[in-house]
Design a protein around this ligand. Sequence first.
Ligand code: HEC
Length: 105
Amino acid sequence: MYHHRLIAIGVLALLSLPAAATAFPDADIVAGEKHHQKYCIACHEQKYGGKDGSDIYIRVDRKVNSPSALSQQITSCTTMLNLDLFPEDEMNIAGYLNKHYYKFK
Ligand code: HEC
């Protein structure tokens, strides 16, 4: 009996894990993709190439190795551009990039 109850608790614990545990859980990926297309691709593509300028995100020696580094790098690229994005917009872009390239949990 006791044993079965433990198994049941274990199963419940597994089921209650969020389906997609990821960094930036609140990001609006679709909005992030739009901003990324509008502001970010041209320069990355010109400098680094790849489909939609994506080579910069998947290069072997890429710089970003954590969710916070990703947020920081996005902020420095938007600052360099003088873009007036809200923190929420940057988070959406981070969510988009994370989903497709970085895949931080
Ligand atoms: C005017 C050119 C330019 C624009 C526009 C630009 N970037 Fe960048 N970005 C760079 C350069 C150059 C680097 C590489 C920096 C380095 O290697 O030190 C970079 C690197 C990055 C990286 C790190 C890649 C890695 O190595 O892991 C991220 C993430 C990034 N940019 C996000 C963005 C986002 C998001 C936008 C749009 C809001 C954007 N960038 C717009 C020039 C640009």
